[in-house]
Design a protein around this ligand. Sequence first.
Ligand code: DGJ
Length: 727
Amino acid sequence: MISFDEKNQVFKLDTPNTSYLIGIVDGKYPGHIYYGNKIDDTSVAYLLRPEEILSPDRCAREKVSFLDAFPMEYSCGGAGDFRESSINVRAADGQDGLELLYASYQIFPGKKALEGLPATWGSGEDCDTLEITLQDKATGLMAVLSYTAFRDTDAITRSVRIVNQGQETLYLTRALSLCLDMDNENFEVISLPGAWGRERRIQRKPLGYGSAVFESLYGKSSHEEQPFAAVASANCTQTEGKVYAFHLVYSGNFMTKLSVNRFDSLRVVMGVHPERFYWKLASGESFQTPEAVMVYSGQGLGAMTRTFHRLYRDHLIRSPWKKKERPVLINSWEAAYFDFDTEKILGLAREAATAGIEMLVLDDGWFGHRSSDDSSLGDWFVNEKKLPGGLKYLADEINALGMKFGLWIEPEMISEDSELYRAHPEWVLRTARREPAQSREQYVLDLSNPEAADYIYEQIRSVLSSAHIEYVKWDMNRPLADVGSLKLEPDRQGEIMHRYMLAVYRMQERLLCDFPELLLENCSAGGARFDPGMLYYSPQIWCSDMTDAVERLAIQEGTMLIYPLSTMGAHVSDCPNHVTMRQVPFETRGLVALAGTFGYELDVRKLPEEERAQIPSQIALYKKYHGLIADGEYYRIASYQENHLYDCFEVVSQDQKTALVCFVQVLAEPNKKSRRIRLQGLKEDWVYEAGGQRLTGRTLMNAGLLVERMQGDFQAKLLEVRLACRI
Ligand code: DGJ
């Protein structure tokens, strides 16, 4: 619901439990009035305090101090606001600076798609959109700020379309998606930093004066940071307190910057990273920023999490697979790495099929002459020496076992040792003066060159048409460096990072149009491109190359903070784990993987018999609980990352009749016989069957249950809670 109060010049955007208010001051300046729990009135423009900061109409010479203190909806650089700017341009004379002033608005039901970019979607019944048009007289630049308020979830999305309406060519030197100015309330900042093998660890720290920056310049959203940040009141827990969260629907370089200034005002900006970015805007040309999602919760982090889950499940993921049970897969990577041939893969498939596994995924190493990571990327034809009869023969044989067949690809890359490189060395992303550097012995393809992107896409399309391939794992294993294009004009080189992302999105869009039933899983050296942009194309993303179940607890907890459980690629792998050498019981490995898409990443033929025998019952558990886990409401009960002892979360069905509690005892503490857990999300008055007892939801949520201590470290348990009767 969005309204405009003409008299007070105030826009009010409402979601079920939140309000967001924007006021226009002096008919010129769009200022941020309020964001938080839902309020009733629009006569609150006094919160903008324009008089306190000397409105420029009354005292023109104080325009600078006005611009530097006014809570801007979209900050401009160079004309007096010394805080972080959201947009800037450089004109042909080399000068910069903008003053974007209010021109007009429109409100309409529904939401427009963003050209070439992933974004949330919704019909006129789901959401309303406000567009505020701003103009800079001096340059002729126009910015259309777009806000969508959802009716079924507490999310507001924002993006900006920038148009050069002047005569001169302009260069956008930054074009962020979101700016929010508000009073700092002693906030703490939450982010999701990481590394390969330990992605998305929750970090929380005081904000204080100065700036906190979370960013990626890797050309992908990265292992190192997530395009997410939240500010929370210091007392904010899972169930209580305020939290404002921001997430960018983008997979490339990003910047989130939170700065507290001398007036105790907090400015949050988020968008495409301005470093190594500029975009030429000739007269009449436009630029679309990615979309940023804002979520406010006045009831702690748990409610924020569930809002993100709902938004992404209902308004971002498009795949026909999103609510369907995913086939239980076995992936050849940790089972064989590069060392396989048809017989080995078929042997794996036969054994997997007898255990009830439903799909075999052939990972890296099936193409060109690749037998380690030093060759053949770009040569997307099958290695007949390893796989005589090609993919068709293999897929047919696997299908004959009653299994589906899936394939790994890495279309964005090129090896120096490849036919493609020998034919098109100019298709490597590189600057003219420097030799490009390799990483994982590979170069990045210059996808800003449509010729290269189209060629690769056609190769992939032909591979996927050559056999019955029902799943694709799209990998991307190195960051972008030496970012230059031998094809693009000199004054467009600053566009490459973003053009690269647009090309990846375009390729994935084409893939889904050509193969609408395909189950696509994105991946990037583990979980280095786990972001909302990728979710628009694939309903699941490989979470991490860390498959050790204990290490996975923190990774999955951080991921679940904002992503639905159904999106997390999670597999049971071998022991000792290939990276940590840790031994974790097979049952625990299974229960930890159950939180995600569930599959196997090991050589089933080599499993000890007592472990092999557990696979059918693990699969049965997955089948039993998949619907609940994928579609239920998620509640975090205890965090191993915080307590270093045990981990516990719960999923409650939408009708609140069933709940599943997943408990992992990481360390068997001495002299501790049981642990109390308090459930969440149940109906207070209903009576539930839980742990052999009949208790009301009120009792289970307040008094809680006891989980008995299990024998030894790394033990796990599932607890089912079912409605017994309604009072
Ligand atoms: C990185 C991925 O995360 C792994 O699962 C595997 O597919 C390798 N790449 C293959 O090169």
